[in-house]
Design a protein around this ligand. Sequence first.
Ligand code: HEM
Length: 517
Amino acid sequence: MASFFKGASSAASVPASTASPLYSFPAAFSAFNVPTSFTWLYTTAAVLFALLALEQSVYRAKKGNLPGDRWTIPIIGKFADSMKPTMEGYKAQWDSGFLSAISVFNIFIVMASSNEYARKILNSPTYAEPCLVHSAKSILLPDNWVFLTGKIHVDYRRGLANLFTRKAIGIYVTIQDTITRKHFEKWREEFGSSPQPIMMTARYLNMDTSLRVFCGNHIPEQATREISDKYWAITQALELVNFPLALPGTKVYKAIQARKVAMYWLEMAARNSKIEMANGGEPMCMLDQWVQVLADPAYKGRREFSDHEMAMVVFSFLFASQDAMSSGLIYGFQHLADHPDILAKVREEQARVRQGNYEKPLTIELMDEMPYLQAVVKESLRVKPPVVMVPYKSLKAFPISADYTVPAGSMLIPSFYNSLHDPAVYPEPDAFQPERWLDPASLANQNPKNYMVWGAGPHRCIGLEYAMMNIGLVLGIAAMMFDWEHEVTPQSDKVDIIATLFPQDGCKMKFTPRTNA
Ligand code: HEM
């Protein structure tokens, strides 16, 4: 870094020298005395130095008084760090200031770690809008609704809210219950003899559940397996900043191939749902629910949605949920398994509400009677929030604080972690204490603005009730079907960031059938 610093300063003088008459150069460097190729070499080097100096000056001007490196690594900036992010690295960055600066591939990035600044970014749609990760447009397709902004986004989203009403979620709970039990039958064998990582198995459970909730029986069994297997390529392409070109062999290229497979099946599902609903079928999944709402003559948002457009929406839900839900589920298992006293309370509540009938499918009404389970889910997501931050971009100069204005075109990254681990709101912030949600007067309940698991503002998670319901349902059923054993390893408490957070050892669990199940 220091040597570059010197190079950059001398480079800064190059334009001035070149502006001087050539005769000020030593004779040996005169254009009359040197071969043309040498002149070109000299000119190219001068231009390069000038560009590198400019890069540094622009970075420093944008950074202003914010904490962050004084000089950025030429061209790539902190690309290496963004390839292998760690919680320790992020924490160091967040702790460096409520606002701090970095640069990656000349994208100037402002990280916001405090609750106030994170919320300000999310709630200032005239200054900032989501930009998702760099690869998202290639994966989701540029005309996907998630890239809409302003009023068009608000209107589109209002239409989609029909898919997450209490009535709709009531339909989904039945599907979630059936799929979960089907998977747990297999888990009996897979996890019966010795602890195994549940990482991939839980991801498949979640994908199967999501696809059945979204598409019902409008896609075949083999499609859920194929989409689930290929989806890992999409997860791996979700780095903050990717290699810029989607060349064959790159992560983004592989993710695009995976999207093509998923879209093929999802378009087929939309087509089949329309046919079935036109023939008087009952809504059995999200697509059916959507087709039925759209067909209602009284519905104000009526318009045609092509199979492709519906498939893109469903794909956006998969994209937004697969990693976050899988992370939420896996940490839910880990937290409960590591706190047998809390798991026992979950079981007590299950026994009471279900009155001993463990085969009875869960309903939304039964879930309403399980406040302890809901507190467990809420607390597990707080301790290990699946999404620790989201990328936004500034649309124009954004006066975020009294002494700093974010330059137009910067990336802005509000972080949720510090809000969710603020000791003033959550005493012993790293401790798993569902009880903090049971007392309406608790600090946690009195400070809802700190609970940023779902983001905030116009892009706040649209699927949050559905997500809470599903995580609770899976943990509740697993609690009464199985005795759990978590093999704690030195990696259990270490975090891997693969789009969302996961325990480094994949959470090694053993499940033994319980006699009451
Ligand atoms: C534990 C699970 C989940 C977590 C932690 C989570 C978290 C988030 C967060 C932090 C955001 C960004 C909010 C912002 O920019 O302010 C978001 C957006 C979104 N989420 Fe979720 N989410 C989860 C599950 C789901 C599910 C199950 C769905 C759909 C079925 C979903 C659909 C979406 C969509 C579509 C958006 C973008 C909304 C918009 O731009 O208007 N999420 N989610």
